[in-house]
Write a new protein. Structure first.
Length: 150
């Protein structure tokens, strides 16, 4: 399943595609609760706002809370930037009842919209000590599951 984030997000819909298609419009994305996180990358401090990544994937009908068990623990969220740069998170680390990692799909940092290749959306993993998974120009989220072996 993929969640596609358009270049000019404000003018486009967030599409969820894959074996099952779940439309998530720009209006639905805008309706998600927002949070603010502090993030320090390369000695620069940012205060970024946007919805939690777990709320974005939950809107795409990915399991959360007590449903993250068994096979769902092998679920991955792959974020990709416009330049093809990827980062991977497990559903368990994002889920509020398990890892509770503060990862935000940021629309604004330090009070301003994201520009210059960083936006319009940027993934902000606030607890990461390095910025390696802070995907700039976020354009796609893919939900995948590792194969279960007997």
């Amino acid at each position: 399943m993929a969640i596609g984030l358009a270049d000019a997000f404000a003018a486009a819909a967030l599409a969820v595609t894959g074996p099952e298609t779940v439309p998530l419009t720009a209006a639905a994305f805008a309706a998600l609760p927002r949070t603010a996180v502090e993030w320090t990358v390369h000695d620069e401090k940012f205060s970024c706002t946007g919805p939690w990544l777990i709320d974005v994937v939950a809107a795409a009908e990915v399991p959360t809370d007590d449903k993250v068990r068994g096979e769902a623990l092998a679920t991955l969220v792959v974020a990709t930037g416009a330049d093809g740069y990827p980062a991977v998170f497990t559903l368990a680390e994002l889920d509020r009842t398990l890892g509770n990692a503060p990862v935000v799909v940021a629309e604004r940092c330090n009070g301003a919209p994201l520009t210059d290749g960083a936006g319009p959306l940027r993934l902000v993993p606030a607890r990461d000590k390095r910025g390696a998974r802070g995907v700039r120009g976020l354009v796609r989220l893919e939900i995948d599951r590792l194969p279960m072996t007997p």
